[in-house]
Design a protein around this ligand. Structure first.
Ligand code: VGL
Ligand code: ZN
Length: 207
């Protein structure tokens, strides 16, 4: 796969301390994506980062639902929602980007999950799958049509972002070497099959 540096976008999903070892929702080996993403981001002229950015007491936190536990699913007004440990609370060090992540070339940081009553896995829509974040409009205005996704976690925010990107008509690839998964009860396998079905390209690495 040949990158066209002026036309292609590297979309870096949620490379934040809480998703790395030592964080409150640590993804196994999550920080291993950092050198891979830094190498890739030097090759794109368009880089966008997302940042999971929850208010304290967010409705996706198990602590906001007395009697429930993290990783349990509940029904919200917009459908099923997995409950998580408190993570990526606005302004905390857990919500900050990994300190070694090269962020300076990013032209945009999209924050998501900042509304108390609804979660947002995808960079494009909140979990009702209808409320836009504005990223699609930004990419269309900038004529960016081909997206390469990396980041955390493969089976949640990368997966939802990639499927939505396809739904919106973008050419979409996920670079596996730049992703790591949470893998709750087979979620990684089902994420790859949903992405495959949506027409997302799976790329091992971009050398
Ligand atoms: C994520 C669970 C909750 C992710 C964010 O970035 O994949 N997962 N919030
Ligand atoms: Zn979150």
């Amino acid at each position: 796969m040949q990158i066209r540096p002026d036309d292609d976008l590297l979309l870096v999903i949620d490379v934040q301390n809480d998703f790395c070892p030592g964080g409150s929702l640590a993804v196994g080996d999550g920080d291993a994506v950092v050198p891979v993403i830094n190498r890739l981001s030097g090759r794109f002229n368009h880089v966008v980062l997302t940042q999971d950015w929850h208010p304290a007491g967010h409705s996706s936190f198990a602590t906001a639902h007395p009697g429930s536990a993290p990783f349990q699913a509940v029904t919200m007004s917009y459908g099923e929602q997995t409950l998580w440990p408190d993570h990526c609370v606005q302004g905390t060090s857990g919500a900050a980007f990994h300190p070694q992540l090269a962020t300076e070339r990013a032209e945009l940081v999209i924050r998501k999950g900042f509304r108390g009553e609804i979660d947002s896995y995808s960079a494009f829509y909140e979990n009702d799958r209808r409320t836009p974040t504005g990223l699609a409009g930004y990419l269309r205005d900038r004529s960016l049509q081909r997206l390469f996704l990396v980041g955390l976690a493969t089976d949640y925010c990368v997966h939802y972002s990639a499927v939505d990107a396809r739904r919106l008509g973008f050419e979409t690839a996920v670079v596996e070497s730049g992703c790591r998964a949470i893998d709750l009860a087979g979620s990684l396998t089902s994420a790859w099959s949903a992405m495959h079905q949506a027409g997302v390209q799976r790329i091992g690495d971009l050398c």
